[in-house]
Design a protein around this ligand. Structure first.
Ligand code: HXC
Length: 258
């Protein structure tokens, strides 16, 4: 498949999607987000892939939704077409883990796309922000919902209301980012984390992803109940037998369902 706005490749057991609209700092248009969805469909169906990385360029992960494309929209255009978020949830519904590898700007929809992924690994050059207020709009792909859950109300209000950018150190301190690494090591770090995940039992990886997302999205009691049910079901997996036998026998596990 030839994509217009992204590059898609596999690195070992990892699927890599690189946003590729360099002239517009990877501004997210409808086609680009459709293409991400299509690439994720492919990786999800591919048994050789255990985890996915989405990255951008050195200068920008993505500088937001494409402002030119929406500048003249009417309310009806936006509402009827479910603009632009119609196809965004595909990142969230992917059952394999998705890592956002972020260097440079991750602004507006770019920050929201990163937050839809399961974790963010950032270069020390990364800058996160929700500057939509400067354009007379507000975040529309989860910025007012995922950001407070990640960094707390105070910082989320600060970013959304003042439009200031948060650097990688602040983002890590606040809990938005899992790891910060030097820019030239960032993609390797993300690919290596993804390869590690892809080496584990895929059903267990998916159970963990689903359970952690429950903590993010629902109440504590619901989440604990969900975790317990999934935890018990893990004992039905031959990978559980293998993982524990390998520990007892002091050898590396050979997971069957990767
Ligand atoms: C369209 C964009 C863009 C965007 C940058 N470009 N961001 N085009 N949509 N979101 C284009 C510029 O127009 C310019 O094109 C080229 O990319 C390089 O950008 P510069 O501004 O020249 O670069 P620089 O001076 O380094 O400034 C970088 C920047 C700035 C700080 C990131 O570009 C910027 O503020 N961008 C907009 C950020 C933003 O407001 N994002 C939120 C968008 S709304 P030309 O052709 O002039 O070279 C949003 C809503 C989401 O995301 C709602 C739900 C999905």
């Amino acid at each position: 498949m030839n994509y217009e706005n992204i590059l898609v490749e596999t690195r070992g057991r990892v699927g890599l999607i690189t946003l590729n609209r360099p002239k517009a700092l990877n501004a997210l248009n409808d086609t680009l987000v459709d293409e991400i969805g299509h690439a994720l469909d492919g990786f999800e169906a591919d048994e050789g892939i255990g985890a996915i990385v989405i990255t951008g360029s050195e200068k920008a992960f993505a500088a937001g939704a494409d402002i030119g494309a929406m500048a003249n929209f009417s309310y009806m255009d936006a509402y009827k077409g479910d603009y632009i978020t119609r196809n965004w949830e595909r990142v969230k519904t992917c059952r394999k883990p998705v890592i956002a590898a972020v260097a440079g700007f991750a602004l507006g929809g770019g920050c929201e796309l990163a937050m839809m992924c399961d974790m963010i690994i950032a270069a020390d050059t990364a800058k996160f922000g929700q500057p939509e207020i400067k354009l007379g709009i507000l975040p529309g792909a989860g910025g007012t919902q995922r950001l407070p859950r990640a960094v707390g109300k105070a910082k989320a209000m600060d970013l959304c209301l003042t439009a200031r950018f948060m650097d990688a150190t602040e983002a890590e301190r606040a809990g938005l980012v899992a790891r910060v690494v030097p820019a030239d090591k960032m993609l390797d770090e993300a690919l290596s984390a993804a390869e590690t995940i892809a080496g584990y039992s895929l059903p267990v990886v998916m159970m963990i992803k689903e359970s952690v997302n429950r903590a993010f999205e629902g109440s504590l009691n619901e989440g604990l109940l969900f975790e317990r049910r999934v935890f018990h079901s893990a004992f039905a997996l031959d990978d559980q037998k293998e993982g524990m036998a390998a520990f007892v026998e002091k050898r590396k596990p050979e997971f069957k369902h990767r």
